[in-house]
Design a protein around this ligand. Structure first.
Ligand SMILES: NC(=O)c1ccc[n+]([C@@H]2O[C@H](COP(=O)([O-])OP(=O)(O)OC[C@H]3O[C@@H](n4cnc5c(N)ncnc54)[C@H](OP(=O)(O)O)[C@@H]3O)[C@@H](O)[C@H]2O)c1
Length: 342
C-alpha cells in the first residue's frame, strides 16, 4: 500500500477522498488535514483521519504521497516544501502557488528526486499539461490559447444567450455554484493569468512571472458589446494566450476577445474550458472539457497520483526550452483583443 496524506477536504479534496475510497489502486489514506475538524465530511473520510496540524502527516514515515488541495500560499507552500525535502511525491491543484513559486518547487523536486504534479491546476479535467509534455512534445509551439476560467465563460454565455447584464449573469453563476462568493479573481482575469503562466511553462519551457501577463478582465463587457459582436458574426470570450513574439520572447495576455463564431474557442459555452495548441507538426489541436468542479479536478489530481506512484521516486525530467516554428504561417490563430466600450 502507498500511504497518502490529503491536505484539504473541500470541493476538490472530498471528491479525491471519494475516488480513493471507490478505487482499489493500492493507496492508503492515512491523514486528512482540514481547518475545522467538526464540519460534516464525506463518508469516505473517517473522523479518526482528520487533523488540523499540517506538520503531523510529514512526521509519519508511512506517508509517501502528499496531495495538497487546500489552496492559498500558506501553509500550502511550507507543507509542499517539507514534503519534497523529505523525498515525498507531491500532487497539487494550487494554481496560485504554482504560478508564483513553480520554478523553485520544481527545482526542489528535481534536487530531491521527488515527483511534483500539478495537472489539476490548469483547466480541470483537460490533460493539457500532460499533452504538451508528452504527445505534443515534438512540436515547436507557436501559441497556446484557451478559455481557462469557467466562471467568466458561463457569465459571457448567459449574457449572450439570455440577454442578461453582467451582474445578473454573475448572480446566476453564483446560485449554480459556478462562481465563488468573491468572484474578483475570476472577473479580473487573475485566475486565468495564473493558469496561463503554468501553461506557458509547458508550452515554451520557461517560468515567467505573473506580472508579465497583460491582464484585462470582463468587468467592463456590456450587453452592447455582446450585441455588436453577435451582429458581426462574433462571440466574446475571455481568452488567455501565450505566444512567441519577436526575439523568441513569450507574450502573455488575458483579455476579452471577439472571435469569429466559427472559431473553435467561440463554440465553447458555459463553464466548459478549452485550450488550442498551435505547433509546427500538429497544426492546431483543441482540447475541451470540464475545467473545474470537484470531480473534474479530482480526475486530474488522481491521474497525477497514479503517475506519482508509478514514478517510484523518479522526478519528471526538466522541460526543455522550445523554439519558434520555422514553418509558422504568420496568420493569427486568434484575432486581436477587442476594445470594450466604457
Ligand atoms: N474548486 C475547483 O473547481 C478547483 C478547480 C481547480 C483547482 N482548484 C484548486 O484546488 C484547491 C482547493 O480548492 P477547493 O475549491 O476544494 O477549496 P475549498 O472547497 O475551500 O476547500 C479547502 C479545504 O482546505 C482546508 N483548508 C484551507 N485552509 C486550511 C488551513 N490553513 N489548514 C488546514 N486546512 C485548511 C479546508 O478545511 P475546512 O473544510 O475545515 O474549511 C477545506 O477542507 C485550490 O488551490 C483551488 O485553486 C479548485
Amino acid at each position: 500500500m502507498i500511504g497518502v496524506a490529503l491536505y484539504g477536504c473541500g470541493t476538490v479534496g472530498s471528491a479525491v477522498a471519494e475516488a480513493l475510497a471507490t478505487r482499489a489502486d493500492g493507496f492508503e489514506l492515512r491523514h486528512v488535514v482540514v481547518r475545522d475538524p467538526h464540519r460534516l465530511r464525506t463518508a469516505a473520510v473517517p473522523r479518526a483521519l482528520l487533523r488540523t496540524d499540517w506538520r503531523a502527516p510529514l512526521a509519519d514515515p508511512g506517508v509517501q504521497v502528499v496531495i495538497e488541495v487546500m489552496g492559498g500560499a500558506e501553509p500550502a507552500g511550507s507543507l509542499i516544501r517539507g514534503a519534497l525535502r523529505t523525498g515525498r511525491q507531491v500532487v497539487t491543484a494550487n494554481k496560485a502557488l504554482i504560478a508564483a513559486a513553480g520554478a523553485e518547487l520544481e527545482a526542489l523536486a528535481w534536487a530531491r528526486g521527488a515527483f511534483l504534479g500539478y495537472e489539476a491546476a490548469v483547466a480541470g479535467a483537460i490533460p493539457v499539461l500532460d499533452a504538451l509534455r508528452g504527445p505534443l512534445a515534438a512540436n515547436r509551439i507557436r501559441r497556446v490559447a484557451g478559455i481557462l476560467n469557467g466562471t467568466t465563460n458561463y457569465i459571457l454565455t448567459r449574457m449572450e444567450e439570455d440577454l442578461l447584464d453582467l451582474p445578473a449573469a454573475l448572480r446566476q453563476a453564483q446560485e449554480l455554484g459556478f462562481a465563488e462568493a468573491d468572484p474578483g479573481a475570476d472577473l479580473s482575469g487573475r485566475d486565468a493569468a495564473q493558469k496561463l503562466v503554468i501553461l506557458a511553462r509547458h508550452a515554451f519551457g520557461r517560468w515567467l512571472p505573473l506580472e508579465r501577463v497583460r491582464c484585462e478582465g470582463i468587468e467592463a463587457v456590456t450587453g452592447g458589446d455582446i450585441d455588436d459582436a453577435l451582429r458581426a458574426g462574433e462571440r466574446i470570450r475571455l481568452v488567455a494566450e501565450a505566444s512567441l513574439g519577436d526575439d523568441d520572447e513569450v507574450v502573455l495576455e488575458v483579455a476579452p476577445r471577439a472571435l469569429p463564431a466559427v472559431h473553435p474557442l467561440a463554440a465553447v459555452r458555459n463553464e466548459t474550458n478549452a485550450v488550442a495548441v498551435e505547433g509546427d507538426l500538429c497544426g492546431v489541436v483543441v482540447l475541451a472539457g470540464p475545467g473545474a468542479g470537484g470531480k473534474a479536478t479530482a480526475s486530474a489530481v488522481y491521474g497525477d497520483l497514479l503517475r506519482a506512484a508509478g514514478s517510484r521516486g523518479r522526478p519528471l525530467a526538466p522541460l526543455r526550452t522550445r523554439h519558434p516554428s520555422p514553418l509558422s504561417t504568420g496568420t493569427d490563430m486568434l484575432p486581436s483583443p477587442i476594445v470594450i466600450s466604457s
